[in-house]
Write a protein that binds this ligand. Structure first.
Ligand code: ACO
Length: 458
């Protein structure tokens, strides 16, 4: 190995920008200054780009070609994987906006379907555009009868996320003539089908788990109303959608609709960059979402709250356990890679949780436990120092429980909400002529070359 100690790698601060130099075609600005990298006796200028919210980044696109170096950033903590105009979030200030609109406004005034349109097409729809969009989704709510038979192959206690991911990828087999991601018409119909059919697939997986007959979609109901009807109605009796529940679910799905380059969205972009069809791409996102450090946290939170409750409700005991580095226990629903102040979604959900439970006349002891845990954590030095706050998943499960959604369906609810975000991010990526296949590099740290030994000599 070359000894580079004498020519230490040093990344100087960029020179004070003299103002904007150029606005590039992708809407970012190239700053007048540059970061300087001094390496091996050479000096390399790395351009600084700036986004519309003044976020700055070093463009290292020419780094390897010029110096032979790559960068290492495990967990992608410092790495911007793309330029995107879908969602802006500022973790320090607790800001979240979809296409420029604050999440607080959208949660209060909009509907999930309108937000889906906004995310996917970039603008709020006119009345006519909204009706067209609604229509295009409504006409695709049924799934092929043959697909229904696939449910028979799953054991009764299969996790609904496994059913959801495999059913979504299986859809590609039914639409082989219209799933080319490079053809605009194929993209449009694939997007509509996914938004329309995911609630049906999700509700069927619940019906399967409880042994009730599947309920066909009803196109005279709203998007959420139809989902609730497929979940909770039975052929033997009438079912009416409760408007309080409908609005609560609408709000929850809006809050989950996008969150820029998180684990599942990055997965969607990576898989989609290989030009896999949209069904395969979204199925990969569903799998990534399932993990307890990501979307699976909403299920893990309720399991944790139930455990604390059954153990006598001592919040402090579990706060201590979460701090103990010899234990694998974490306070689920707490902490976030990006939010280091508060998660604006958690604020809205906490309030919605109080409102919904009150309106429904539900008293849930787990809500009291959650509030006790939050209070204890927010006063604890460990959590304060590390800037760990409740995230979107901390209170969402309590609302789902009140509505009657079983715990193992919580992450499916998250997937329903995230669907437009995944689609919007994929559409942005696939329609960008500059997109290249996602292919990170590595620093190899395994064995150096060695010779094969016959099995008898090992
Ligand atoms: N409970 C206890 N300690 C925690 C928690 C927690 N929930 N979260 C982070 N920490 C501690 C870590 O142990 C670490 O401590 P250390 O500095 O002493 O080693 C420090 O805080 C930083 O944590 P990291 O794991 O390095 O932070 P990272 O950004 O990688 O992880 C994550 C973020 C995965 C969300 C993490 O906070 C976590 O595991 N939370 C619980 C799971 C959860 O709620 N996930 C949902 C996230 S929101 C979403 O995806 C929708």
């Amino acid at each position: 190995m070359k000894d580079h100690a004498a020519t230490a790698v040093g990344l100087s601060r960029w020179r004070a920008p003299q103002g904007i130099q150029t606005t590039t075609q992708d809407g970012t600005r190239r700053m007048a200054g540059a970061a300087k990298l001094v390496y091996d006796g050479q000096e390399l200028e790395l351009p600084i780009i700036e986004g519309t919210e003044n976020e700055r980044a070093i463009d290292i696109g020419k780094l390897r070609g010029t110096t032979g170096l790559i960068t290492v950033d495990e967990g992608f903590v410092n790495t911007g994987s793309c330029k995107s105009g879908v969602t802006f979030l500022d973790g320090e200030q607790g800001i979240l906006r979809y296409r420029g609109y604050p999440i607080e406004d959208l949660a209060e005034k909009s509907t999930f379907l309108e937000v889906a349109y906004l995310l996917i097409y970039g603008e709020l729809p006119t009345k006519e555009q909204y009706e067209d969009f609604q229509h295009s989704i409504t006409v695709h709510t049924m799934i092929h009868e043959d697909l229904k038979r696939l449910y028979d192959g799953y054991p009764k206690d299969s996790h609904p996320m496994s059913i959801l991911s495999s059913m979504i990828v299986t859809l590609s087999g039914y639409y082989t003539d219209s799933s080319d991601p490079l053809i605009p018409m194929h993209r449009e119909i694939s997007m509509a089908r996914l938004l329309a059919k995911t609630p049906t697939i999700a509700a069927y997986s619940y019906k399967k788990s409880i042994g009730q007959p599947f309920v066909y979609p009803r196109n005279n109901l709203s998007y959420i109303g139809n989902f609730m009807n497929m979940m909770f109605s039975v052929p033997a009796t009438d079912y009416e959608v409760d408007p309080v529940i409908e609005r609560a679910l609408d709000t929850l799905l809006i809050l989950h609709a996008d969150h820029e380059q998180n684990c599942s969205t990055s997965t969607v972009r990576l898989v989609g960059s290989s030009r896999a069809n949209l069904y395969a791409t979204i199925a990969s996102g569903v799998c990534a979402l399932w993990g307890p450090l990501h979307g699976g946290a909403n299920q893990a939170v309720i399991e944790m709250l139930s455990r604390v409750h059954e153990d006598g409700g001592d919040a402090k005991k579990y706060i201590e356990l979460a701090k103990d580095k010899n234990s694998t226990f974490r306070l689920m629903g707490f902490g976030h890679r990006v939010y280091k102040n508060f998660d604006p979604r958690a604020r809205i959900i906490k309030k919605a949780c109080d409102d919904v439970l009150k309106k429904m006349g539900v008293h849930d002891p787990l809500l009291e436990i959650a509030k006790k845990l939050e209070e204890a954590a927010l006063e604890d030095e460990y959590f304060v120092e590390r800037k760990l706050y409740p995230n979107v998943d901390f209170y969402s499960g309590i609302i789902y429980r009140a509505i009657g959604i079983p715990t193992d369906m919580f992450t499916v609810m998250f997937a329903l909400g995230r669907m437009p975000g995944w689609i919007a991010q994929w559409k942005e990526m696939i329609e960008n002529p500059g997109t290249r296949i996602g292919r990170p590099r590595q620093v190899y740290n395994g064995a150096t070359e060695r010779r094969y030994q016959d099995i008898g000599k090992r």
